[in-house]
Design a protein around this ligand. Structure first.
Ligand SMILES: Cc1cc2nc3c(=O)[nH]c(=O)nc-3n(C[C@H](O)[C@H](O)[C@H](O)COP(=O)(O)OP(=O)(O)OC[C@H]3O[C@@H](n4cnc5c(N)ncnc54)[C@H](O)[C@@H]3O)c2cc1C
Ligand code: FES
Length: 416
């Protein structure tokens, strides 16, 4: 007999589906304590325990699986899922865009198999293949570039075969401080250069600004990161940096201009005001010599009404200025809100998501906040779904829980 109220019937159906789904997963969990994952390049099948990720298991078994942060932020472990089902724990959309996800790409460091699978990591221009090294270094030079940007040079341990792709970062580890990611602005004569922004109250950046001196030793781990110069690409390049984000973007610009291909390169560097523009001497002299290089500092808080530079928010200037011809690749680095707004503009202007490579400078606090927010959003989704499914049942406790989660979510958004 058909149900009196279709909605209730559908709701009940959904509810039982949820149980079937949960039950299946639980049954699978009990039947199998692990799933088999075939990794194409390694030509190996590995057994991944329930709840473990593909990356951690592969690395533990000695497979040289490409990776970076191991936390869903850099995209270094981006892989193709050829068959099977995985669950991805929270990750940054900069590491894996929704387009990439819908194209069957996953992050091995976030991927927990729910069935037997077949995967392959991304090749060639998709991932930078350099051995990750732990090396020691000594601070060899410190130079203040603006009121809040400092350049530090670090002489790395001799005879170290340290290689990286332009745009990548390393973890710097000063004794007594947590490690932090910093992009490598240059590498010459065994010296790495970094541009470090002063952050009031920031643990490591304050230490670097106030106490670091020449001769101090530190540890470096890297290279990491997926925002690197794609050598195979021969089309034009748009490089966008916010503040200290120039550290990641500068080597890409310089390498592109050095390469044999006839690439036009456009560099937009967003800062607050004229005194915050740094390293302009490098780019102005390049612009004088090359017709294929175009350099635009952009001031977001210019005090003077007249300036030789562009004025406004980087994203607004790009939107007004830029026309994305087919074949462009964009590289972006700097504060996450800047990277996010500029990425949105570039997508709107017609740039393909696969051609946008970004390194938002997430802080540790951002990452924790982001994970919590994602977790809360997931709860909200599940609970909303359940609430709809059980709308007409007596589930007072569920509703109370629902409103508590809503409060928590509002709280997280306010803190943002
Ligand atoms: C891939 C990657 C590359 C990076 N490259 C660079 C680089 O080349 N140069 C560089 O200067 N930084 C870079 N960063 C950021 C860097 O790793 C640190 O997060 C940053 O220096 C702050 O560390 P901290 O220990 O001083 O601050 P924390 O002790 O981590 O933070 C203290 C407080 O300051 C706030 N805070 C931290 N950063 C900011 C900020 N940018 N704006 C406003 N408030 C903030 C935090 O929310 C927190 O409340 C990069 C980050 C990533 C993920
Ligand atoms: S290693 Fe997986 S996203 Fe960084």
């Amino acid at each position: 007999m058909p149900p009196e109220k279709n909605s209730i019937w559908i709701d009940k159906n959904k509810f039982s589906l949820l149980f079937v789904w949960t039950d299946c997963r639980l049954q699978k969990s009990f039947e199998n304590s692990m799933f088999s994952v075939y990794i194409r390049q390694a030509e190996r099948t590995i057994d991944v325990e329930i709840g473990s990720t593909i990356l951690e298991t592969a690395l533990a078994l000695g497979i040289d699986y490409p990776h970076g942060c191991r936390a869903g932020n850099c995209g270094g472990c981006k892989s193709h899922l050829h068959s099977g089902e995985v669950e991805l724990s929270p990750y940054s959309k900069f590491a894996l865009s929704p387009f990439e996800y819908s194209d069957g790409l996953i992050l091995a460091c976030r991927a927990v198999p729910w069935s037997d699978c077949e995967v392959s990591w991304c090749e060639l221009d998709d991932v930078a293949m350099h051995p990750v090294l732990n090396i020691t270094g000594t601070v060899s030079k410190i130079e203040k570039l603006t009121e809040d940007i400092i350049s530090i040079k670090v002489k790395i341990q001799e005879n170290m075969p340290f290689e990286f792709s332009s745009g990548q970062f390393v973890y710097l580890n000063f004794v007594g401080y947590p490690r932090r990611e910093y992009s490598m602005a240059g590498f010459q004569n065994g010296e790495l250069e970094f541009y470090i922004r002063k952050i009031n109250g920031g643990l490591v950046s304050s230490f670097i600004w106030k106490y670091l001196s020449v001769g101090e030793s530190l540890e470096l781990e890297g290279p990491h990161g997926n925002m690197f110069y794609r050598e195979q690409h021969e089309g034009p390049i748009l490089a966008v940096a916010g503040g200290s984000g120039l550290s990641a973007v500068q080597p890409i610009v310089l390498e592109a201009l050095k390469s044999q291909s006839d690439q036009s390169v456009y560099l937009y560097h967003g800062v607050r005001d004229e005194p915050d523009v740094f390293r302009s001497e490098i780019f102005e002299s390049l612009q004088d010599k090359r017709t294929d290089f175009h350099y635009f500092p952009v001031l977001s808080e210019a005090k003077a009404s007249q300036t030789e530079y562009k004025m406004g928010l980087l994203s607004a200037v790009l939107e007004a200025d830029f026309r994305c011809d087919p074949g462009f690749k964009a590289y972006l680095a700097g504060p996450p809100p800047m990277v996010e707004t500029c990425t949105e503009v570039l997508l709107k202007l017609g740039l393909d998501a696969m051609n946008i490579h970004a390194d938002p400078f997430f802080t540790d606090a951002d990452q924790v906040r982001w994970i919590w927010q994602t977790v809360l959003w997931c709860w909200m989704d599940e609970l909303h779904w359940l609430q709809v499914a059980l709308a007409e049942s007596d589930m007072q406790s569920l509703k109370t829980l629902f409103s508590e989660v809503q409060k928590l979510q509002l709280l997280t958004m306010e803190r943002e």
